[in-house]
Design a protein around this ligand. Structure first.
Ligand SMILES: [Zn+2]
Length: 299
């Protein structure tokens, strides 16, 4: 029976797929990747995420077929992607911070609120179905986006726990430049925006609902960090959690490293330290230095 969703909130390229995979090794947890992308994965064959981690398309994956059967509705008809109208989104964010009941009230007659509320309801329906298929009480959702965890919390606060996953902004920025061809300024600004949004969206959520970890600590001391996360979730730590096991999982979206079955070691990527020039670091400092230090990255 579904008990709780453990939602991983972070910017992209911060180690969320790694954390998702490690947590998914636990007998009581099913990790599903970026669940909010399910709608896009099923309805857009050109989307990069339409292939499940098992190698089959989501439509043909036996795991997701079972989830569909349990749900009793075609997965392709389930809305999971919140709307992206910026003005409406800002209004929703303000109201969800002010008063959850007011948000629910607005969802009866304002379309954007209604749509996003429906997505959140669907996410819980999916968690429930996944939990029944795999017989695990906990689901890990690494959707990352802060707005989604707030929506889920708004709907069923007792069923949501959130992990804030941070990575040195210089590492995230360099990774975005290298892997996604982004410009330094754009990558650093995106990281700042994502971190600010996480801070805003957590306002008013009790501290015992949020656990904070750093990507670097996870890579250096996986046992120690995972033990603490298990304590936070309320389950016993299992040694097998520290293995980067990529078999038998059906994760949506996330980092393409999930497909590289031969890479089974946890390796800390700090290539930014020798790849970013002094000029790069200076530009980063101007854009994001303050917030990077606030998170705890001083040197
Ligand atoms: Zn699959």
């Amino acid at each position: 029976m579904f008990e709780k969703v453990i939602y991983i909130a972070s910017d992209c390229r911060s180690g969320s797929t790694l954390l998702d995979l490690l947590l998914g090794n636990h007998d009581k947890i099913t990790s599903v990747g970026e669940l909010w992308r399910l709608e896009e994965c099923l309805n857009n064959p050109k989307s990069h995420c339409h292939i499940c981690m098992c190698g089959k398309s989501i439509k043909e994956c036996p795991f997701w077929e079972k989830v569909e059967y349990m749900l009793g509705v075609p997965l392709g008809k389930i809305k999971t992607k919140c709307h992206e109208k910026l003005i409406d989104r800002r209004l929703e964010q303000v109201i969800m911070l002010l008063n959850h009941k007011l948000f629910i009230f607005c969802s009866y007659f304002l379309n954007s609120f209604k749509h996003d509320m429906e997505c959140a309801v669907n996410m819980f329906r999916l968690y429930d179905a996944i939990s029944k298929v795999n017989k695990t009480p906990f689901i890990v959702d690494s959707s990352k986006v802060a707005y989604y965890f707030r929506l889920l919390y708004l709907l069923q606060p007792e069923k949501v726990k959130i992990i804030f996953l941070y990575r040195d902004g210089r590492g995230v920025t360099y990774s975005k430049m290298r892997e996604e061809g982004m410009k330094l300024e754009e990558a650093a600004k995106g990281w700042v925006k994502s971190n600010r949004m996480m801070e805003i969206m957590k306002l008013g959520i009790p501290k015992n609902k949020i656990f904070t970890i750093k990507y670097e600590d996870l890579c250096k001391q996986p046992s120690k960090v995972l033990e603490k996360i298990c304590h936070f979730i309320g389950i016993g730590f299992q040694k097998k959690m520290t293995r980067l096991d990529k078999c038998g999982k059906h994760i949506i979206g996330g980092n393409p490293m999930k497909f590289k079955k031969e890479d089974d070691r946890i390796i800390l990527d700090e290539s930014w330290k020798y790849s970013m020039t002094e000029k790069d670091l200076k530009i980063f400092e101007q854009i994001a230095g303050k917030i990077n230090k606030k998170i705890g990255y001083w040197d």
